[in-house]
Design a protein around this ligand. Structure first.
Ligand SMILES: [Zn+2]
Length: 181
């Protein structure tokens, strides 16, 4: 297991699903120490989920998913089942290649705030790569978790009907509003 501490609040654990679409693998992010949020538990890889549990223990409070593609969200269902922690995100019906099994406890809306005693997250709806794609803005550190909306070292796949290039470009405007002057 290779955990990387990126900032005082953020840790990153990359799943072992490296391929041409995922690059080095899906990044799972852990926010906080005492009230931990996991963003994108990734594919259904039990060893990766067990690593996330061993890193968070009883501190795990909630699971967020950026969207329901199979390399991002199926692990969330396993993590939820193993810990009983609630799962937050957004669903879609139009994607041909989506995680149909997912059972989201709380549907998030654009502008929602998720607050803990350590940090606050704002939800930004960013359709384009997927109609149910959400980015998460960590207000305390001016940091945006972009899921598959922006990727390191690759252009993003926009596959209609769920993917939409016009929506994709408009979503950057929503993101740009959070950039400090
Ligand atoms: Zn995706």
């Amino acid at each position: 297991m290779k955990i990387t501490k990126l900032t005082p609040i953020i840790r990153r654990l990359t799943a072992g699903n490296s391929n041409m679409f995922t690059g080095p693998g899906t990044n799972s992010y852990l926010l906080g120490e005492n009230e931990v949020t996991v963003i994108d538990p990734g594919p259904p890889m039990v060893n990766h989920i067990e690593d996330l549990i061993s890193l968070t223990g009883k501190s795990l409070k909630q699971i967020l998913i950026t969207h329901t593609h199979p390399d991002h969200s199926p692990g969330a269902s396993i993590l939820k089942e193993m810990t009983g922690v609630p799962l937050y995100g957004l669903t879609t019906e139009s994607s041909r290649k989506r995680d149909e099994e997912i059972d989201i406890d709380k549907i998030l809306n654009h502008g929602d705030k998720i607050k803990t005693s350590e940090y606050s997250i704002e939800v930004i709806h960013t359709p384009g790569h997927a109609s149910n794609h959400l980015c998460y803005f960590l207000i305390d550190e001016n940091t945006l978790f972009t899921g598959d909306h922006i990727m390191d070292g690759s252009t993003v796949v926009i596959a209609p009907p769920d993917g939409n290039m016009s929506e994709y470009l408009k979503s950057f405007w929503e993101i740009s509003k959070r950039i400090p002057n």
